[in-house]
Design a protein around this ligand. Structure first.
Ligand code: PMV
Length: 331
């Protein structure tokens, strides 16, 4: 008899350390309440069926001809399902998946990682297995590698574990317990791009300019460790300064974009304590650290006037969650 299960997994923002995390620096990332949902039905043949609802409005426009085709969007999801079945010893079985991604695509918010994580959690649950977070995170590496080439693992670790994490390597993830959560605003440039291309170009440059990148990795490691301490102390001023410093380093290695720099400058002028691009860059989103939610609303309305799309997000504390009750508890 076939069984159904559902799962959801959150998107993420990177507070410090993107790109340099691929080269060995730690990163600090937070899961946010934008979700990918997956419903899985176990089937008897080996067939994998993936139906995805990815609103085109979330794909955004791209001046660098970033055009995710359907195969490219769906292949990692098929891999996530196939790897999960293999892991469960169900090589001869299949799964029918319905995927609903509410996270903007190519915007630096971890949409692909969240979708893969939700698929792995739902597929395993449909086969009666409740994988732990470490297992889900390990399985998500395959589909992420297909999409990103050489991912650090920070996206799917954040999506799997939830909350705010300090990430060094997939087997070195620390969840931070904070007394006070920072008030963060996410704002989309609506210019979307390919993470694989951007990560590839940074890795290439790092191989050429070894001394320069060694010094950047050292500086970003200090930024991430200091950001963890600032978060634990609830020191927004220090955290904001660190975010600003991190943005300048990302500008220096060429992964920012005029649309990102415009929003970062506008956010700081409108009162943000700190602001930076988040994720791979080349477009996508910025994050702004705000004094409180009221200030975030005000800054959001200023950013709208310079063509940004603000998302009022909050922290997702749970990460990947699955259920066999038809999924209503997850929505
Ligand atoms: O896919 P994005 O835009 O969320 O970027 C992922 C973060 C990078 O550091 C750029 C890549 C990685 O695998 O860590």
């Amino acid at each position: 008899m076939s069984k159904y299960a559902s799962a959801r997994a959150p998107g993420k923002i990177i507070l410090t350390g993107e790109h340099f995390v691929v080269l060995g620096a730690p990163a600090v990332a937070a899961a946010v309440n934008l979700y990918a949902f997956a419903t899985a039905q176990s089937t008897s043949g080996r067939r994998l069926k993936v139906e995805a609802n990815i609103p085109l409005s979330l794909v955004g426009r791209d001046e660098n001809k970033f055009q995710p085709d359907t195969k490219e969007l769906l292949e990692p999801f098929r891999l996530a399902a196939r790897d999960s079945l293999d892991y469960l010893g169900k090589r001869t079985r299949g799964v029918s998946l319905e995927v609903d991604c509410q996270i903007p695509i190519g915007a630096g918010l971890g949409s692909s990682a969240a979708t893969s994580v939700a698929i792995i959690a739902a597929t395993s649950r449909a086969y009666g297995e409740n994988l732990d977070k470490k297992q889900i995170c390990q399985l998500a590496f395959g589909p992420e590698s297909y999409l990103h080439g050489s991912p650090s693992g920070v996206d799917h670790a954040t999506s799997t574990y939830g909350g705010i994490i300090q990430f060094s390597k997939p087997d070195n993830v620390k969840q931070l317990r904070l007394d006070k959560l920072p008030s963060l605003l996410v704002c989309d440039t609506n210019v979307h791009r390919s993470t694989k291309r951007l990560v590839g170009s940074v890795v290439k440059r790092a191989r050429r300019d070894t001394d320069l990148f060694k010094s950047h990795v050292h500086d970003v490691s200090e930024i991430s460790f200091s950001a963890v301490r600032a978060l634990k102390r609830g020191d927004d001023r220090e955290l904001g300064d660190l975010m600003n410093k991190n943005h300048e380093l990302l500008v220096e290695i060429g992964v920012s974009h005029p649309s990102l720099d415009r929003l970062v400058t506008a956010a700081r002028r409108a009162g943000a304590i700190g602001a930076k691009m988040t994720g791979a860059g080349g477009g996508g989103c910025i994050i702004a650290l705000c004094k409180n939610d009221e200030a975030a609303l005000k800054i959001g309305s200023v950013l709208r006037r310079v063509d940004g799309t603000p998302y009022m997000v909050s922290l997702d504390p749970s990460g990947a969650v699955s259920s066999t009750d038809g999924g209503t508890a997850l929505k």
